[in-house]
Design a protein around this ligand. Sequence first.
Ligand code: HEM
Length: 209
Amino acid sequence: MRQLRLALCLFLAVGIAFVSMRFLDFQPKDILLDKGAIADHPLYLIGFYTHVGLGILALLSGPFQFMDKLRVRQLTWHRTLGKVYVVCCLLSGLAGFGIAWFANERWVTSFGFAALAVAWVWTTGRAYRHIRAGQVELHRQWMYRSFALTFAAVTLRLWLPLMTFGLKWSFATSYQIVSWLCWVPNLLLIEIWLRRQRKEADFQRAVGG
Ligand code: HEM
């Protein structure tokens, strides 16, 4: 079951990463066309392409880190890819925080994306600090939280068509809701899952001891 979940995450993450690569020809398209003058500002464009480019790398590198076999057999790979993931999350998150203030349908969206960026940088930073301190279990838990937030790039693109095409809500309403819905439930779900894992581990220890 765990393998299946991981495979599904990998499939969705790689799929969204590839779809997002359409921006990497640096031609104005999609949301950039609705932004007016700010979309021509060099600082905004640096932020936008840094965010998208490194976000894609985070989506592509993240899922492999959770594969037990790969991690145990190829620890050097895990470490190298882990550093790539951390740098991508931190820089893409910082850039995401910057461009959030110009998000379509602000201010609800701006605060939603900005809060996501802060949480993304915070969880990834903590995961990194824990492994530097040799606290493997805490590192594992914070990396799950970090990737649950990276995965917001996927859940956003699942929720949005459901709301606009499925429920026929306006784009403005859907986008405002999705700026929160794409990440808060991810974080709650991973928290419930981690809590359940901790309880099972405690139970095993109690039974074993
Ligand atoms: C998890 C933290 C993330 C935050 C805080 C965040 C924030 C943002 C913001 C503020 C925008 C601009 C929205 C607008 O102007 O209306 C945006 C757009 C975008 N982001 Fe992210 N993002 C995150 C993760 C990712 C990841 C991991 C990817 C990897 C593919 C990604 C790819 C994109 C793309 C392709 C766009 C262009 C909009 C579109 O057509 O979907 N983002 N993001």
